[in-house]
Design a binder for this molecule. Structure first.
Ligand code: 5RP
Length: 262
C-alpha cells in the first residue's frame, strides 16, 4: 500500500510516525488538522488499537474529531482536558526559530488555542514547509463575518506600515461562497511574500477589530519532526538545541493507509 504513496505523502507519514513517540500512556493530546496531522491521528489510532495505548484526544477541528473517533481515540473537549501534555500538528511554513504559518486548512483558531494550552507543541512537516523567512505561503487571518470588508480595508491600511513585500488580501472561498470556519468565521488570506517581522505583525493584526486570530505561531512550537520521502526523519528541538536523525521503516498496514481523504 505504501508503494502507492507519493514521496510527499511518505514524508508526511514518516514525520507523523516519528512524532507519536512523544505520546505516552495516559496523556491528553492535542490533535492537529490537515493531511499530515491526519497521518498522526491514524498512527495514534493504531497504537490505541494494537498496543492498548490509553489517551484522551482534543481535536482542533470537526474533521479531525471525526477521524479520531473513527480510529478509536477517545475524544474530549479542551475544557474537559483543561491542559494538554502535547499537541502534534502540521504547518504551512516554519522558519529557523520554529515560528510558523498555519491555517491553510482553516483551523488556525482552535489549533492556536490548543497548542498554547499544551506543555509541548510538536510540528510535523515535509521538507517543503521549511523556509528562511515566513511569508511565501499566504497568511490566514480569521475574521468575523460582520463587516468583514471593513476589516479587510483596515488590514490593507495597516500593511502599508509593515515590513512585508506584498499587500494583497483575499477572502477565502469554498466553491462559490465564502469559506466558513468551525467557529462560523471567514478567512482573509494575506499575500505578503515575505514577512520581515513576524512577531510585530502578529501583535498588530490582533489589535484590529474584527480580527479573531492570525496564523502566525510565534514561540509556540517546541520541536519540528521533518519527514523525507525516503523514510528519513529529522527532529529539531528548539529548547534543547538538538538535531536528531532517524529513519522510519514502512510497514504495510491496510487499516492505516486506507481511505485517507484529508
Ligand atoms: C490547518 C493547518 C495545517 O496544519 C496546515 O495547513 C498544513 O496542512 P498539511 O499537513 O495538509 O500540509 O494549519 O489549519
Amino acid at each position: 500500500m505504501t508503494g502507492e504513496l507519493s514521496p510527499i505523502d511518505k514524508a508526511k507519514f514518516v514525520a507523523a510516525k516519528r512524532a507519536v513517540d512523544y505520546v505516552e500512556d495516559g496523556m491528553r493530546v492535542g490533535l492537529g488538522t490537515g493531511s499530515t496531522a491526519a497521518w498522526m491521528v491514524r498512527c495514534l489510532g493504531e497504537m490505541v488499537r494494537d498496543e492498548g495505548l490509553r489517551i484522551k484526544g482534543v481535536p482542533t477541528s470537526t474533521r479531525t474529531a471525526q477521524l479520531a473517533r473513527e480510529v478509536g481515540i477517545e475524544v474530549i473537549s479542551l475544557d474537559e482536558a483543561k491542559w494538554l501534555d502535547v499537541t502534534i500538528d502540521g504547518a504551512d511554513e516554519f522558519d529557523g526559530d520554529l515560528n510558523l504559518i498555519k491555517g491553510g486548512g482553516g483551523a488556525l483558531l482552535q489549533e492556536k488555542i490548543v497548542a498554547t494550552a499544551s506543555d509541548q507543541m510538536i510540528v510535523i512537516a515535509d521538507v517543503g514547509k521549511e523556509v528562511e523567512t515566513l511569508g511565501n505561503f499566504p497568511l490566514p487571518v480569521e475574521v468575523i463575518p460582520f463587516g468583514w470588508q471593513t476589516t479587510r480595508a483596515l488590514l490593507e491600511e495597516m500593511l502599508i506600515s509593515m515590513d512585508v513585500l506584498g499587500r494583497e488580501v483575499t477572502l477565502r472561498m469554498n466553491g462559490g461562497t465564502p469559506f466558513i470556519t468551525d467557529e462560523g468565521n471567514h478567512i482573509l488570506d494575506l499575500h505578503l511574500n515575505r514577512i520581515g517581522n513576524a512577531r510585530q505583525l502578529s501583535m498588530v493584526l490582533n489589535q484590529i477589530p474584527g480580527v479573531v486570530e492570525n496564523g502566525l505561531f510565534i514561540d509556540i512550537c517546541d520541536a519540528v519532526v521533518l519527514g523525507f520521502g525516503d523514510g528519513r526523519v529529522e527532529v529539531r528541538d528548539i529548547n534543547e538545541g538538538t538535531v536528531e536523525q532517524d529513519r522510519i521503516d514502512f510497514v504495510e498496514s491496510d487499516n492505516l493507509f486506507a481511505d485517507l481523504d484529508d
